[in-house]
Ligand binder design. Structure first.
Ligand SMILES: Cc1cc2nc3c(=O)[nH]c(=O)nc-3n(C[C@H](O)[C@H](O)[C@H](O)COP(=O)(O)O)c2cc1C
Ligand SMILES: Nc1ncnc2c1ncn2[C@@H]1O[C@H](COP(=O)(O)OP(=O)(O)O)[C@@H](O)[C@H]1O
Length: 273
């Protein structure tokens, strides 16, 4: 994004990001249960926060997926978007049968009068970053690694819905968050999070799991918000993941669960946000 903004201001051009919806993998592998790092709303917000001028959303439909790489460049990039300077990812290919790549763009750039730049891979600890690797880290509960690769804190948003009302009876009311179905949830377990309620930020401890201690069945996402007391059913809240606390455990009764929650709370209070 920094590279994009730099190219924009140096060449006196508007900046834009082109993305596809639904995610092409949903179209190619409709039976795969693919989960995404960002919902469309989150993606839009991220681009806004990065200061990108325009976000173009192309519907990834049957007609579009049959365009060759060259047709895509001519019909979409040039005729529709009037691209003058293009930045593409280091291993990016596009168009039917992946016929489009950096080489093709370089070839077409002279005839169609645009410049093209290929990003180098960004490395962390000598490994290239990819969304596959970020997904893997989250599914393994490795929040620190996922955040490091993302360059921001992984987040979840959703409406607060009703649960079993057990939380309040053990001194830990937990707001149950209903997330979008396509959003990737980190591994089951407990995490330290930052919680945003009506634009105010709080420390929180969050659990993802089926709550085996109380013989729960449904997978829920629940957050206890420190130094907070209020009815927030129906409200939209956001959590940002900061660190992990522990895997999901089936405790021998609520007393043991509460002992662990007391410990989780102490760790959350001590965490340097
Ligand atoms: C930080 C945190 C960690 C938790 N860890 C576990 C756990 O390891 N095992 C478990 O059965 N429940 C765990 N719980 C979930 C509680 O069982 C849950 O909050 C309780 O069942 C209340 O549910 P309710 O909101 O439906 O009333 C955890 C809750 C929090 C806030
Ligand atoms: N510190 C807090 N953290 C989370 N929720 C709280 C807090 N204080 C009050 N609440 C309210 O209590 C509800 C959670 O209580 P709980 O007994 O766990 O009920 P439920 O099972 O319906 O989630 C939340 O949805 C919220 O409206």
């Amino acid at each position: 994004m920094d590279e994009l903004k730099k190219a924009g201001s140096e060449n006196n051009l508007e900046t834009a990001v082109l993305t596809f919806w639904p995610h092409p993998r949903f179209v190619f592998n409709p039976n795969e249960d693919l989960k995404l790092l960002n919902t469309l709303e989150e993606k839009t917000l991220l681009m806004e926060n990065y200061g990108v001028g325009n976000l173009f959303l192309k519907e990834f439909d049957e007609e579009f997926r049959n365009l060759t790489g060259e047709e895509f460049v001519r019909q979409i990039l040039i005729d529709r978007l009037n691209v003058k300077y293009l930045i593409i990812g280091y291993d990016h290919s596009f168009g039917k049968n992946k016929s489009g790549n950096f080489e093709l763009l370089k070839k077409l750039s002279k005839e169609l009068d645009f410049e093209v730049e290929q990003m180098e891979a960004i490395n962390i600890h000598e490994n290239n970053i990819s969304s596959t690797k970020i997904r893997k880290a989250l599914l393994e509960g490795d929040i620190i690694k996922a955040n490091e690769m993302l360059g921001y804190h992984y987040s979840l948003s959703g409406t607060v819905v009703h649960g079993k009302k057990i939380g309040r009876t053990i001194g830990y009311p937990t707001a149950n968050i209903e997330t979008e179905n396509i959003k990737l949830l980190p591994k089951k377990g407990a995490y330290i999070v930052e919680v945003f309620v009506e634009n105010k930020s709080y420390k929180g401890m969050l659990s993802i799991g089926t709550n085996p201690t109380v013989n729960g069945e449904k997978l829920t996402v629940e957050v206890y918000i420190l130094d907070f007391n209020g009815d927030i059913y129906g409200e939209n809240i956001t959590v940002k993941f900061r660190d992990s606390l522990h895997d999901e455990i089936k405790f021998e009764g609520l007393e043991k669960l509460v002992e662990r929650l007391d410990e989780d709370k102490r760790l959350t209070e001590e965490f340097n946000f």
